[in-house]
Design a protein around this ligand. Structure first.
Ligand code: COA
Ligand code: MG
Length: 310
């Protein structure tokens, strides 16, 4: 199976900003921010007494501000909590692009929500995202991702949550995340095996630009599509590090042009300036150029880029 199925929408998910749904001032800022996606959080950043008010804020916000060009995701409370069912009903009512499930431990957590949304007649285009942030979530990442293959499954994306994972495991925050890398790569392997995407965890110290940039570079090298953010001042660096740079674009264009030479359609490998390039590199190159176009169109304000279908 091809790594890049052209029927699957390619989206920009470099910068995925979380906003506490209780914070109206922060909600009002969103239309002026250049993030690719917004997570409206009803879970951990909203206290139990404020959950109802946070839901009302989202009702008002969704009615007034469609945020064209940005993917909109609502993070709900777990269904076993007192708040999850009402949150999910709100999701069915507001029809964001996706619902983000916290603390997903096993495939059943995803299936239950898929069934619930189907019964609530939520649109099929409404995707399910899963927070992978518990020891069981990491151990079961492949089985959870496989649930995305089930017919009719709306599972689309994983978001790693290191704050919860550190709390559960005792791993301390450290530059370079040495003890966490094996778990992060397990998540990347799981999403790659089943055609999903993964977003890297938040970085809490939002005034520490240097370490944040280093972590963005690391996340990009590991294969994450983007980073979950907590503060507007993290957007620019995430867009930069998770977007293709000029050298990568030039390289991709050279690969595409090498495979467009007369007679190259019958070749699986070509010589590009003394280097072997395979047809699989062509697939990667086309994907990269597609993303670069989305970014270009987006910065020119031409279209709602995150919704362009390939
Ligand atoms: N989204 C949109 N705007 C935000 C924002 C966010 N996540 N975080 C801060 N802002 C806004 C603030 O409202 C403020 O706007 P103003 O200048 O109009 O007052 C501006 O950016 C500067 O904010 P700053 O004063 O530096 O920070 P703060 O003290 O207001 O907020 C946090 C700091 C960490 C509390 C806040 O960034 C936050 O709540 N982040 C998200 C937390 C979250 O979603 N957690 C759950 C996932 S881990
Ligand atoms: Mg969490």
């Amino acid at each position: 199976m091809s790594e890049f199925s052209p029927s699957r929408p390619a989206r920009l998910r470099r910068s995925v900003l979380s906003v506490p749904a209780i914070n109206r001032r922060a909600l009002d800022k969103l239309s002026s921010l250049d993030c690719d996606a917004v997570i409206f959080d009803l879970e951990d950043s909203v206290s139990p007494e404020k959950k109802a008010e946070a839901r009302e804020n989202l009702r008002a916000f969704f009615a007034a501000s469609p945020l064209p060009g940005k993917e909109r995701i609502i993070r709900i409370n777990g269904l076993s909590s007192n708040f999850g069912a009402e949150d999910l009903a709100l999701v069915a009512e507001l029809e964001p692009d996706a619902v983000l499930l916290p603390k997903v431990d096993d495939p059943q957590d995803v299936m239950v929500v898929g069934d619930w949304l189907a019964e609530a007649d939520a649109p099929e285009s409404l995707r399910i995202w899963a927070m992978i942030e518990t020891p069981r979530g990491i151990l079961n990442a492949a089985a959870i991702a496989e649930a995305g293959r089930t017919a009719g499954s709306q599972l689309d994306c994983f978001v790693v949550g290191l704050n919860d994972l550190r709390k559960e495991t005792g791993v301390l925050p450290q530059p370079g995340r040495p003890y966490l890398v094996p778990w992060l790569m397990q998540v990347i392997l799981a999403v790659s095996a089943y055609g999903l995407e993964a977003i890297d965890s938040v970085f809490n110290d939002f005034k520490n630009a240097g370490e944040f940039e280093a972590e963005c570079g690391q996340g990009r090298s590991m294969g994450f599509s983007g980073k979950m953010l907590i503060h507007p001042n993290q957007i620019e660096a995430a867009n930069l590090h998770f977007g293709p740079d000029a050298a990568a674009i030039a390289e991709a264009e050279a690969i595409i042009s090498a495979f467009s030479e007369p007679g190259a359609d019958a070749l699986n490998v070509v010589n590009l300036g003394g280097r072997m390039v395979e047809r699989l590199h062509l697939v990667q190159a086309e994907r990269l150029i597609h993303k670069a176009r989305l970014i270009e169109q987006r910065s020119s304000g031409a279209v709602a880029a995150s919704r362009i279908e390939t």
